[in-house]
Write a protein that binds this ligand. Structure first.
Ligand SMILES: NC(=O)c1ccc[n+]([C@@H]2O[C@H](COP(=O)([O-])OP(=O)(O)OC[C@H]3O[C@@H](n4cnc5c(N)ncnc54)[C@H](OP(=O)(O)O)[C@@H]3O)[C@@H](O)[C@H]2O)c1
Length: 303
């Protein structure tokens, strides 16, 4: 789909995060076009001078390639957030949910699940032939389909709050009947907010536990560790920074293929400090508590 119009109903934590990511991606691509064009200009000049160092030419996409990438027009109807979204990201604001659905090619339903049904009833007549993207944990495609009827391309995603910096882990699934180009449009939107995991809808509740809601549990971990650092005499900000950096480093090691158990074994030397802390964690039931937290989230997401 060429330059699709993405319409957001709701622009709170998640809608705002996704709009920010799309906006950033558009800005980055515009910058890439600009710098690539400048590089090409420099190259023309250096070629004219017979410059031999072609290896230093930009290896990024050429302006023509960048132009080929999908550009999105972002529209929103987000009530109390309308003005902020317009000012911060230059988003076009629709007059109502219905107007937004009429204008958009893809509608992202970024409100709390409690208002999904009412909004879907309102916009259903405008959705024929369009993409509808659901974000709520306990409102599935089947339920949305009962309201919209046939002829709407319904997809479901479960992002997390790191979407705003393009670092979400997002589950994605499509209802039957999606054409490959329509799927691609959705993937291009979701790719702007981070990593995509295409899974069956049945796995969405579990994914909510391990990724959609996980930032809250990770923040509780980081905050508690920082509190302990403050208790140990270090400044508060340094503690937040150092704990987050340690978590980030560990994450990179695991993403590079290291098994978490092997890494844990490596950092625990016999009779050392780390195994002492780990023993205290086990005594406090850390793993069990975390597994219970994720399980409680999954149960709630199953509704
Ligand atoms: N936050 C997360 O980390 C996260 C992660 C994964 C999935 N999700 C899902 O994403 C969805 C949005 O969550 P959220 O955290 O962004 O909630 P939120 O911060 O409460 O934002 C919801 C927004 O929807 C707006 N809204 C409600 N009814 C509306 C209507 N009829 N028309 C236009 N706007 C309307 C609200 O506007 P007002 O401010 O005017 O009330 C509010 O700004 C939920 O389904 C949630 O489960 C969220």
């Amino acid at each position: 789909m060429k330059n699709p119009k993405i319409g957001f109903i709701g622009g709170g934590n998640m809608g705002g995060a996704m709009i920010e990511a799309l906006w950033r991606a558009q800005s980055d691509e515009a910058d890439a076009v600009q710098s690539s064009a400048e590089d090409e200009q420099k190259l023309d000049v250096s070629e004219a001078r017979g410059a031999e160092n072609l290896a230093q030419t930009d290896k990024n996409a050429s302006p023509r390639e960048c132009e080929k990438k999908t550009k999105f027009e972002i529209i929103a109807y987000a009530r109390s957030k309308n003005e902020a979204l317009r000012q911060r990201f230059g988003v076009k604001i629709a007059a109502s949910e219905t107007n937004l659905a009429r204008e958009a090619d893809a509608v992202v339903l970024a409100t709390k699940p409690a208002s999904y049904e009412a909004i879907l009833r309102l916009i259903a007549p405008e959705l024929a032939g369009k993409i509808l993207l659901l974000l709520a944990p306990n409102f599935g495609i089947k339920r949305a389909r009962q309201i919209t009827g046939e002829g709407v391309y319904i997809a479901r995603a479960m992002p997390n709050i790191a979407a705003c910096i393009g670092a979400s882990a997002t589950a994605l699934c499509f209802d039957a009947g999606f054409s490959e180009p329509k799927k691609e449009t959705v993937r291009e939107i979701i790719a702007k907010i981070g990593k995509i995991y295409e899974i069956d809808e049945v796995g969405f509740a579990a994914f909510t536990g391990i990724a959609g809601s996980l930032p809250a549990y990770a923040c509780a971990f980081i905050e508690a560790a920082a509190d302990a650092g403050v208790r140990g005499g270090l400044p508060r900000q340094l503690c937040y920074d150092a704990v987050a950096a340690a978590v980030e480093g560990t994450t990179h090691l695991i993403q590079s293929g290291k098994h978490p158990a092997a890494l844990k074994d490596e950092v625990c030397s016999p009779a050392g400090t780390t195994i002492e802390g780990l023993a205290a964690l086990e005594k406090g039931g850390f793993r069990g508590a975390l597994m219970d937290a994720v399980a409680a989230c999954i149960a709630k997401a199953r509704g």
